[in-house]
Design a protein around this ligand. Structure first.
Ligand SMILES: [Zn+2]
Length: 251
């Protein structure tokens, strides 16, 4: 923010796109630094955040990611010690899919984006043709790899992917690893789509071959546990690989 000459006290809203720990656990810290922020999300994410069990998973994930980031030398700081208290009652406002938020004259449309997680939404700013696609167009590992993260439902994910791709945004702002404009944005979508097809083929063929089950999970793990993706724990990445395999087999 400092390098972009943005005054943190001039910000008024913090929007949580979906209920995954890496998109939520920073919110209490930002809220403490900028108390004027109105923490906002879609109703389903608000409902999930009210569940103690869900918050426990986020706290564990946050801890595991913190350990990994330290191992990777990306941070020397420890995770927030009071995350348990500060995650409860975090959400102050809700905006449902299909509705728009008025941000000081700029309209931001909330778009339903199922498939990656339960209750996820994207944000679209039609006037500026900016798309905040969060994790719904894959997890980009620059310069040239994607993790196709259809953890809940492949068919829904593909539908969401098409909906967002058809917006033909000038700016693609994913939840991780950079912002992509114009030709880079189109390449982003094409590469991510190709990776979905690759993994579908890999899983389908893998199930016919000798490496079904653990062998297939291991080969996907080796393929995707690289670059920025190594900030997550090996344990949670293996779990995600199982989900990918299951979702492909579900059809
Ligand atoms: Zn996510």
């Amino acid at each position: 923010m400092r390098s972009a000459h943005i005054d943190p006290l001039g910000l008024h809203r913090l929007f949580l796109t979906h209920a995954h720990g890496d998109h939520v656990t920073g919110a209490p810290i930002l809220k403490r630094a900028m108390p004027q922020l109105v923490v906002t999300t879609a109703p389903e994410t608000a409902r999930l955040l009210e569940k103690e069990k869900v918050r426990q998973v986020f706290i564990r994930d946050d801890h595991d990611t913190g350990v990994r980031l330290k191992q990777l030398g990306a941070t020397t700081e420890s995770p927030a010690p009071d995350l348990k208290e500060s995650l409860g009652g975090l959400v102050e406002a809700e905006v449902a899919p299909g509705e728009a938020m008025d941000l000081g004259g700029l309209s931001v449309v909330v778009i339903d984006a199922p498939g990656h997680c339960i209750g996820g939404v994207a944000l679209w700013v039609p006037e500026e043709r900016v798309l905040f696609c969060s994790d719904y167009l894959g997890f980009f590992l620059p310069p040239d790899q994607f993790v196709p993260n259809f953890y809940v439902n492949l068919r829904d994910y593909l539908k969401t992917f098409d909906t967002l791709a058809k917006l033909n945004a000038d700016w693609i702002c994913p939840g991780h690893c950079g912002v992509y404009a114009g030709e880079a944005g189109r390449r982003f979508i094409d590469q991510s789509r190709a990776e979905i097809e690759w993994v579908r083929h890999r899983v389908t063929e893998g199930f016919k071959g000798p490496d079904a089950g653990d062998g297939l999970q291991k080969s996907l793990f080796d393929h995707y546990f690289v670059r920025e993706a190594t900030m997550f724990s090996e344990h949670s990445t293996r779990y995600c690989m199982d989900l990918i395999i299951r979702r492909v087999m579900d059809g």
